[in-house]
Ligand binder design. Structure first.
Ligand code: PEP
Length: 254
């Protein structure tokens, strides 16, 4: 049984003050949810403050990126050791990092390995572009991203994977639940090829891309989909809480 997992990727939104208000507005709702692993991923500058706010709750905290070196002359970067002191999770390989900042599969792989060595759990993102999808290249792209991104990682270690078709991110055009389920089934097969059958069975694979309170049930009700990585809707306290609650209720029902 894989425990449902809902993470909110706030991206480059919220000042520290706004982040505090957002967490205050959602914390009591989220605190009472016990059936779902909930992870908030605010900007770096708010991690310290939010860590204090959620201390003693089951709400998890994650960063949105990191470099793979522990320290040194890498101006502007944040290291696994720095994050380890603040949070448990780190989003890696998000399509915005790949597309806007030119991150390659090889760089993402370095980051995944460094996060794991530091004891962080990566939320490893993969997904195809619209052009790749139209050209029926989704399977090929995801296979490459899984094989390259997870290459060389030790067995028995936790990684969360987020399948985020790029054409669905921030567009309001979510994938269809059954289609996302089928694709995530293929990703699980690839994970088995790289990490082994047991790891594939226990790895949580999320869907991401225009998830809202109105469509979460379409995804969370699918057998291969273990949760969601939520962007825009995670910036609205009531909507994010509703997504979490609906996920908990569906996965808890027989
Ligand atoms: C994301 O950025 O990871 C994401 C899924 O965004 P949105 O939910 O806004 O599409």
């Amino acid at each position: 049984m894989r425990r449902p997992f809902i993470a909110g990727n706030w991206k480059m939104n919220t000042t520290v003050e706004e982040a505090v208000s957002l967490v205050s507005a959602m914390a009591s709702d989220l605190r009472s949810e016990t059936a779902v692993d909930i992870v908030l991923c605010p900007p770096f500058v708010s991690l310290y403050k939010i860590r204090e706010m959620i201390a003693g709750t089951s709400i998890g905290l994650g960063a949105q990126n990191m470099y793979f070196k522990d320290k040194g002359a890498f101006t502007g970067e944040v290291s696994p050791l720095m994050l380890k002191a603040l949070c448990r999770y780190v989003i890696l390989g998000h399509s915005e990092r790949r597309q806007i900042f030119g991150e390659t599969d090889a760089l993402v792989n370095e980051k995944v390995k460094a996060a794991l060595s530091a004891g962080l759990t990566p939320i490893f993102c993969i997904g195809e572009t619209l052009e790749e999808n139209d050209a029926a290249k989704t399977g090929e792209v995801l296979t490459r991203q899984v094989r390259e991104g997870l290459k060389g990682i030790p067995a028995g270690i936790e990684v969360v994977i987020a399948y985020e078709p790029i054409w669905a991110i921030g567009t309001g055009r979510a994938a269809a639940g059954p289609q996302a389920d089928k694709t995530i089934g293929l990703i699980r097969t690839e994970v088995a090829a790289v990490l082994g059958a047991d790891a594939a069975e226990s790895t949580r694979i999320l869907y991401g891309g225009s998830v809202t309170a109105a469509n979460i049930t379409e995804f969370i009700g699918q057998p291969q989909i273990d949760g969601a990585l939520v962007g825009g809707a995670s910036l609205k306290a009531a909507e994010f809480s509703s997504i979490v609650k609906q996920a908990g209720a569906i996965k808890a029902s027989p």
